[in-house]
Design a protein around this ligand. Structure first.
Ligand SMILES: Nc1nc2c(c(=O)[nH]1)N[C@H]1C(S)=C(S)[C@@H](COP(=O)(O)O)O[C@H]1N2
Ligand SMILES: [Mo]
Length: 533
């Protein structure tokens, strides 16, 4: 491998120059090789070691809370796809620029690619939960990127020299049989195909290592205590509310993981330590072989805006978290249950919420009759009724430290969100849809309301500037779940606005004061405008 082009083109004083598209192509192909090599090595040492993903994960961690909130509100669960795609565009542009800056000499491009490689190494190095071996992935990227860049660059230089020589000898350019020109094309094509094959290979290898097979082998759970059946009149899906139980594939998903952590049940363990009388470690069978309970719980995300979609309900299967904590023996003075997931995300929960028998916090291994789906925390997660997910619902949980608020700061606490975040009493209007065109006369307004662990006492709606009217509530399932409501209004032709508000069993009525989601959840009354004729 040589970059000594002067020897080839023979004209000592004249160095050829790459055309802009060729130079950009050399940069982009070097990038592709670097990413593919890193991805393949990462398949063996842990997928999050892939420099591309590590940079993406670092970007997520560095994202200010307003931007995270904006991304969630704008792109929903496509937020990660949008991030990865934007990163790809930025990287391709930077690689093309590195190429174009190297039209005469490979030096600048080499340095830039090495700098990208170092950024990848820093990102991987800073990922929690990755071993030292994981650095092999960005190192592979760096080496592949630099070598491919220098090799393609030298081929391109020879080609450029050949082109210039042809031009100066006034031969028809396309007629030239100069092998240097063919060599570049073959080299570039080979690199493109090679990068594709290597990247795909990485994908295949990591696919073999994923946790789906482990999940499939779990088999059916035997329940010591089944959740009571959901009464038929608990939900009004025909009127536009969601079904009472959210199917697993429609359950909202929020987490910081670009790649779903792959934890096989047989490899999983949970360590409980800190301010406890005796440290304990549980494995999956320790949980599975206890009497399993099933509990219907509605989870909510703090990023849910008024009227938003980040709320879902499932039958969670597992054991009482409180039992496990009591076995460890929580000491006097303990305040915070600080939990850490496989991918290094952390969560701070008030110890009293985790221990409260009435609240019924769970260590869950199942959801709606199945093992937890991988993206919802397989094999084990926490679920604590009444608290927003970021302070209670650690997925892929691996470690619980009993500590104080002073001693440990959880992931979102360092990013503007509140230390404590009980779910706020809320209602949402699901029907009619905003800007619907309906016939005048009877219009059914329907929706959901929630005040987990307190219970919903009533929901009222108000049409235009009329009086508040009480809606009919669906059957109560338990005070840890949402409650559905509906009311038929008599609506004259025209433009209308309907508002709802919930009152919980403590007597609190959903305020009309609008606040945003940061730092501890949105407030306000949902409004839907529609038209009747
Ligand atoms: N490991 C891990 N657990 C996590 C999170 C995360 O980012 N990483 N996000 C939390 C947040 S903000 C919410 S709202 C719930 C969402 O759980 P779900 O995706 O199963 O609905 O998970 C919580 N548990
Ligand atoms: Mo959340």
């Amino acid at each position: 491998m040589s970059t000594d082009v002067t020897a080839v083109d023979g004209t000592q004083d004249h160095k050829p120059r790459l055309s802009v598209p060729v130079a950009a192509l050399v940069g982009v192909l070097a990038l592709a090789s670097a990413l593919a090599a890193g991805h393949l090595v990462a398949a063996f040492v842990g997928l999050n070691a892939s420099p591309y993903l590590a940079v993406g994960n670092s970007a997520i961690d560095l994202t200010p809370s307003w931007l995270k909130d904006f991304a969630i509100e704008t792109f929903g669960d496509k937020d990660k796809l949008v991030l990865l795609a934007s990163m790809a565009v930025v990287m391709v542009v930077l690689a093309a620029i590195a190429g174009v800056l190297s039209r005469r000499s490979a030096l600048i491009g080499t340095v830039l690619i090495a700098v990208f490689g170092l950024i990848g190494m820093v990102a991987v190095f800073n990922r929690p939960g990755l071993g030292q071996l994981s650095l092999l992935a960005p190192v592979a990227s760096l080496v592949a990127g630099v070598l491919v860049f220098r090799w393609l660059h030298s081929l391109a230089m020879r080609r450029a020299a050949a082109v210039e020589r042809d031009a100066s000898t006034e031969e028809g350019q396309e007629e030239s049989g100069d092998p240097n020109r063919r060599r570049f094309l073959v080299g570039a094509g080979g690199v493109a195909v090679g990068a594709g094959v290597v990247g795909l290979g990485g994908q295949l290898v990591s696919g073999v290592r994923d946790a789906s097979a482990s999940r499939a082998a779990i088999g059916a759970f035997e329940l010591a205590e089944k959740a009571p059946p959901i009464p038929a009149d608990a939900a009004f899906p025909k009127l536009g509310t969601p079904p009472f139980i959210t199917p697993n594939n429609q359950f909202y998903r929020v987490d910081t993981a670009l790649v779903v952590p792959q934890v096989r049940a047989e490899d999983w363990s949970l360590r409980i330590h800190g301010m406890v009388d005796r440290e304990i470690t549980l494995d999956f069978d320790d949980i599975r072989n206890r009497p399993l309970i099933e509990r219907t719980i509605t989870m909510t995300c703090v990023s849910n805006p008024v009227g938003g979609e980040y709320i879902s309900t499932a039958n969670f299967i597992g054991i009482e978290l409180r039992d496990v904590l009591n076995e460890a023996g929580v000491r006097q003075g303990a305040e915070q249950l600080f939990s850490t997931s496989e991918d290094g995300w952390t969560c701070g929960t008030p110890v009293e919420a985790a221990l409260d028998p009435a609240r019924g916090a769970m260590l869950a291994i199942g959801m709606n009759g199945e093992p937890l789906p991988l993206e919802h925390g397989f094999p084990v997660r926490m679920v604590i009724p009444g608290l927003y997910g970021y302070v209670s619902a650690t997925k892929w949980v691996r470690d619980m430290e009993i500590t104080t608020w002073e001693a440990r700061n959880a992931y979102w606490l360092n990013r503007d969100w509140a230390e404590r975040a009980p779910i706020k009493t809320m209602s949402r209007i699901d029907a009619p849809k905003g800007f619907a065109n309906l016939s005048a006369g009877k219009v059914v307004v329907a929706g959901i309301a929630w005040a987990q662990t307190i219970g919903i006492a009533k929901v009222e709606v108000r049409l235009d500037d009329g009086p508040w009217q009480e809606a009919e509530l669906g059957a109560v399932v338990n005070d840890r779940t949402w409650r559905m409501w509906q009311i038929a209004l008599d609506v004259p032709p025209g433009n209308h606005k309907v508002i709802s508000r919930a009152t919980d069993e403590s007597g609190y009525t959903q305020t009309e004061e609008r606040v945003g989601t940061v730092p501890d959840g949105a407030t306000g009354q949902p409004t839907v405008v529609f038209n009747t004729a």
